[in-house]
Design a protein around this ligand. Sequence first.
Ligand SMILES: [Zn+2]
Ligand SMILES: [Zn+2]
Ligand SMILES: [Zn+2]
Ligand SMILES: [Zn+2]
Length: 365
Amino acid sequence: MMNVSKCSKCLNVPDDILMLTCSHDLCLLCAAKSFSQQPSKRSKKVKHPLIIEQFFVCDICSSNTELDANSVYELEKLHLTTALQDRSNRKPASQSKSNITSEKQLKPRSQNRQENKENAKEKPIKYTAQTMEARVSVHQSQRNMSKQQSENSFIQNSRGMCIDHPEEEVSYYCFDCNSKCICPECIIHGIHKNHEVKTIKKSYPIVRKQLEDQLEQNNQCIIQVENQKQELEKKQIQQQAIQDHLRLQIAQEFQALHQLLNSKQSELLEKVDNQPTIMEQQDGYINRLNEVEFKLSNFNEKINDVIDSKDECGLLNYYGSIYGQPTPQIPPLPNIKEVQLSNQIFTQINDVKKLIGGLDIDCNQ
Ligand SMILES: [Zn+2]
Ligand SMILES: [Zn+2]
Ligand SMILES: [Zn+2]
Ligand SMILES: [Zn+2]
């Protein structure tokens, strides 16, 4: 409790405080009193006819702070109850007494309050403050809020009635059960007897701190998640680049392979086409055979002419002229190269086919 706000007017340290945009703080009693003495000044910038906005004029610096309808209502009511209490103080009402005795059954809310109890004169004021405390809470975080929001100082009425004791207003929180807010009856006679309980006012900063820690934890977690997502996105981009490169490389390599196959196919087909045929190899030989055949035919013709002439002397002389002359001979058969069906090339092609069929990408290396 180091950063307690003091009332700028009475210098008390109250439980509830009205924070003004001018940075002055007022306890609710001073605020209610001051507000009752201010002429009713409606806000000029009323956004909606049903929303009544009023200004609170700071006693110290005269700055304006916009109040919402609920805060106006609470301040007016507090002023009214204080005024009534002041009057009945001279003749204390039984209602007031019973409230104070029931209060004594509870644990003291603060040391400050305990001291106040000893001062009998402050009892009526304390009673009204206590009543207000049950229903009014000022958001301490108001100044941390955005500037637009902080223009409106507000008091929030948020306490409901006990579920188990519908006639009692909740004012405690059980740290053993960590369930909903509970009433004093729950602690004295109910299921929260001997439990570790604290007033809503004291529980609020503790639980709020826990929620803020949770918030911090969640934010850390969100940062981690964001980092992991970023990391994964980075990896995703890298992987995409690798895959694109792989795809391009495979396409290029296979294009080269197709070209190699096509050119090899052409080369082999050309080689087959360029094998000399038997006819080509035999062309000269046939000419020579024809030549021999022609010479022999002429020779035979000459012999037949000589025989047909029946010239005895002529026949003998002819024989004498050709005797010893070489007769045309059949030329020897040339060496013809025959194309052999070699299976060697197909064995090799099959090996290549097996090799290509076994090609695979091993991404886990
Ligand atoms: Zn004050
Ligand atoms: Zn001020
Ligand atoms: Zn209860
Ligand atoms: Zn409990």
